[in-house]
Design a protein around this ligand. Structure first.
Ligand code: IPM
Ligand code: MN
Length: 363
């Protein structure tokens, strides 16, 4: 029996998670689900965004299904108590170094993109973001009084961008292996023209590439990659990059598909354990209104079945069901054309359940 830790979190997290759990229940899989609070919800209950019991549950599980965390009301808390520390803490504690963020433009949603339909029709790219290194976790970091620079004696803040060879090697292997199952093309995104860290990144990725002669590799500076993503996104297959560039480029890529409310993600460690979450945040502005799109979370559950539970058939069933409800014209507000009819979070979840069970996807 596979163990799943279910961490709904804050904002729209509980609503979208409820729909994903309905879909999993409909599949009647041999899985054991255990819920725990995380983020602001956990802070309210236990005074910490990642309580020991929640962390232990995640460590003891085969996979974590994660909703979203965060709310503006916690912005004034000291950093270690803010909701975002829960997801950063889970990534670090579980060693979830490989973050898969696919950006797929579902055919019926081509018009929902802010780009011209011909630029995004059929888009299927995969961003692989390194998730446990870079300036996100580099030490030292902090505030101090400057000893040199333009304003010695002034207060300053600093972070450390760093990558070690093994960190770059393992994410490069992940990217080349993923590309082998796709169109065999990797674009490594760096800032080697300015940063030592990313010259090293480029060098190491190039070395690892020697083991994958069947995969094409090119290198692109991050500013150019940001431009190419909106100019000709279909030229990409797999993009691999560091933690911060990947954070930024994956939000950009998400928008190509019409809505960030559609995009799942997987974060994997070396043992095949994974954390699965929608690429979007907790959207406190629409929380509790029943308008959030649950499809990214439902598709994240499908990724979980594929990558951590070795059940590709169940994953296929969920993905096909999502395709069917989109084909049938069901739209939450974020993916609806102006003035078109919309369904609620729950109605969207119900429709996916019906499609999974083989019933009609429409009303
Ligand atoms: C993401 C988010 C997180 C990140 C935040 C919430 C810490 O933006 O998963 O992309 O920056 O990694
Ligand atoms: Mn982000």
């Amino acid at each position: 029996m596979k163990k799943i830790a279910v961490l709904p979190g804050d904002g729209i997290g509980p609503e979208i998670m409820a729909e994903a759990l309905k879909v999993l229940a409909a599949l009647e899989l041999p899985i054991e689900l255990k819920q725990a609070p995380v983020g602001g919800a956990a802070y309210e209950l236990h005074g910490h965004p990642l309580p020991e019991a929640t962390l232990q549950l995640a460590l003891d599980s085969d996979a974590v299904l994660f909703g979203a965390v965060g709310d503006w009301k916690y912005d004034t808390l000291e950093r270690r108590l803010r909701p975002e520390q829960a997801i950063l803490g889970l990534r670090k504690a579980l060693g979830l170094f490989a973050n898969f963020r696919p950006a797929i433009c579902h055919a019926p949603l081509t018009d929902a993109s802010s780009l011209k339909p011909e630029l995004v029709a059929g888009l299927d790219i995969l961003i692989i973001r390194e998730l446990t290194g870079d300036i996100y976790f580099g030490q030292p970091r902090g505030r101090r009084t400057a000893v040199d620079g333009h304003f010695p004696g002034a207060e300053e803040a600093f972070d450390t961008m760093r990558y070690s060879r093994p960190e770059i090697e393992r994410i490069a292997h992940v990217a080349f292996q993923a590309a082998r199952k796709r169109n065999k093309k990797v674009t490594s995104v760096d800032k080697a023209n300015v940063l030592e860290t990313f010259q090293f990144w480029k060098d190491v990725v190039t070395e690892v590439h020697a083991q994958y002669p069947d995969v094409a590799l090119d290198h692109m500076y991050v500013d150019n990659a940001a431009m190419q993503l909106v100019k000709a996104p279909k030229k990409f297959d797999v993009l691999v990059t560091g933690n911060m560039f990947g954070d930024i480029l994956s939000d950009e890529a998400a928008m190509l598909t019409g809505s960030i409310g559609m995009l799942p993600s997987a974060s994997l460690n070396e043992r095949g354990q994974g954390l699965y979450e929608p690429s979007h945040g907790s959207a406190p502005d629409i929380a509790g209104k029943g308008v959030a799109n649950p499809l990214a979370t439902i598709l994240s559950a499908a990724m979980m079945l594929r990558y951590s539970l070795q059940n590709p058939d169940a994953a296929d069933r969920i993905e096909a069901a999502v395709g069917a409800v989109l084909d049938a014209g069901l739209r939450t507000a974020d993916i609806a054309a102006a003035g078109a009819a919309t369904v609620s979070t729950r109605e969207m979840g119900d429709a996916v359940v019906a499609a999974v069970l083989g019933n009609s996807a429409g009303h």
